[in-house]
Design a protein around this ligand. Structure first.
Ligand code: FAD
Length: 424
């Protein structure tokens, strides 16, 4: 049975304690796989350190950011996931690593901390939204990196609807009902696509005229979704335009004021509700832990996903700077890599416990899908371009696969039903 603790996190010292910091896609997958596959003779204790009692499944945020208002959908409860597994879940933070002594400091943000020994340490503390120092941006924009962000966007949509309902001219209402997303990468397109598709219905339900809505995307490059094949980008543009989303491309933002964005060209874009989806950076605390890091802040790791000079420390997921041996480029921050790295690390840890050789991690990207609105998508798989309903099915199937990995058939079935009911 899973132990769930809030203060003292560990059992009497076993021979092999694996401490995992971070219970996101990487940490949760790793803890579940170890919990399912380790044997009593491996003599392993697994301690997962994560401040939140739930995993925020970030790739599902587009489903809940605009409505119907159920942001808790993309929270996966750790007490349920680990109910029947031999994993100690410690709802605290990792504060420091002593790589020489093989100890970590664990505890709440403010309060008593405990020094805990490890046999192996896995750092999987993820990334946070990156907001560049554009004047006014941090004050006025909501980012899209957590359930709280999704709830904040919901709150701002409601507030805009309430204000618009009291106005008499279309011009005034359109200024208040102006929704602007900055960032034409996957996250920005998913959010603006969902706004473009869902807001007209929500406006009608609220007794407002959908013709008053203004939904815009601002992107500094001349194109959106630059990671996707050209043909897929063009399809995404056509889809957004059909929804009535106005695309402002090749324009950098100079500054942001209370309800408008001022571009470097001098053009002003109404933005009563502003969402910034312009990037992410590795967990900023990680560079304090004395391990080798790239200039971007991501922790360096070798072909086995281990920190250089510290074979007992693995680094996986968004916080890790793993270089693909094929082109020497650092892998992008994607859940699919976080999950694969976690599975590989679980297997390597079991190999180590059993006196076998560890094997290198070889990344493969089999496909990528982006939703453009809740019922349509673009992407590719095995060199095949896929768009429309098949693409959105592929994207949602990746969620189902993840739920199956961490929670088996029961969780996958329960959440699939919830997801289908939300998409109606
Ligand atoms: C809106 C959005 C949509 C996305 N869509 C997709 C998609 O469609 N496909 C895809 O592949 N990827 C997608 N991604 C990217 C994907 O979500 C990330 O790559 C993935 O979350 C990385 O997993 P991770 O476990 O490394 O980090 P996370 O999932 O971010 O988990 C990190 C965990 O570490 C915890 N933590 C942080 N600091 C500490 C500490 N000091 N001690 C203990 N715990 C700590 C945090 O609380 C968090 O739970 C999307 C991201 C966003 C924001």
């Amino acid at each position: 049975m899973a132990e769930q603790m809030t203060a003292g996190c560990t059992q009497p010292t076993p021979s092999r304690r694996i401490v995992i910091a971070g219970g996101g896609y990487a940490g949760t997958t790793l803890a579940v796989r170890l919990g399912k596959r380790m044997r009593p003779e491996d003599d392993i204790e697994v301690v997962l350190v994560e401040p939140n009692p739930c995993q925020q499944a970030l790739s599902e945020l587009d489903l809940v950011a605009v409505g119907p208002p159920r942001p808790e959908f993309c929270e996966l409860w750790h007490p349920t996931v680990f109910r029947d597994l031999p994993v100690t879940v410690c709802y605290n933070r990792l504060h420091d690593v002593d790589a020489q002594e093989h100890t970590v400091l664990i505890g709440p943000r403010d309060g008593e901390r405990e020094r805990v020994e490890y046999w192996r340490l896995v750092l999987a503390t993820g990334a946070i939204a990156f907001v560049p120092p554009v004047p006014g941006l941090a004050e006025h924009a909501v980012t899209m990196w957590s359930v709280e962000d999704a709830q904040e966007l919901q709150r701002r949509i409601e507030a805009a609807f309430k204000r618009a309902a009291k106005l008499y001219t279309r011009e005034e209402r359109s200024r208040v009902l102006s929704f602007t997303v900055i960032g034409g990468g996957a996250t920005g397109i998913e959010i603006v696509g969902t706004l473009g598709q869902m807001l007209p219905r929500r406006a009608r339900d609220a007794g407002l005229d959908p013709a008053d809505l203004r939904v815009r995307l601002v992107e500094g490059r001349p194109e959106i979704l630059y990671d996707l094949p050209k043909a897929q980008r063009a399809k995404a543009v056509a889809r957004l335009e059909r929804m009535g989303v106005e695309l402002v491309l090749g324009e950098m933002v100079e500054r942001v004021e209370e309800d408008e964005v001022i571009l470097e060209s001098g053009e002003r874009v109404d933005a009563n509700v502003l969402v910034f989806c312009g990037g992410a950076k590795a967990d900023p605390d990680a560079i304090e832990w004395g391990l080798e890091a790239e200039s971007s802040g991501r922790l360096v790791c070798d072909e086995y996903l281990r920190s250089p000079h510290h074979e007992e420390i693995y680094v996986i997921g968004d916080v890790a700077a793993f270089r693909d041996p094929k082109d020497n480029r650092i892998l992008p921050m994607l859940a699919q890599f976080a999950i694969r790295q976690a599975e590989h690390t679980a297997d390597n840890l079991l190999r180590e416990a059993r006196g076998e050789e560890v094997t290198p991690f070889v990344p493969h990207m089999h496909g990528e899908f982006v939703s453009v609105g809740p019922r349509w998508g673009v992407g590719w798989m095995w060199n095949l371009n896929i768009s429309g309903i098949p693409a959105i099915i592929m994207k949602r199937l990746t969620y189902v696969l993840y739920w199956f990995i961490v929670g088996g058939v029961r969780l996958a079935w329960k959440r699939t039903r919830e997801m289908l009911s939300m998409q109606r």
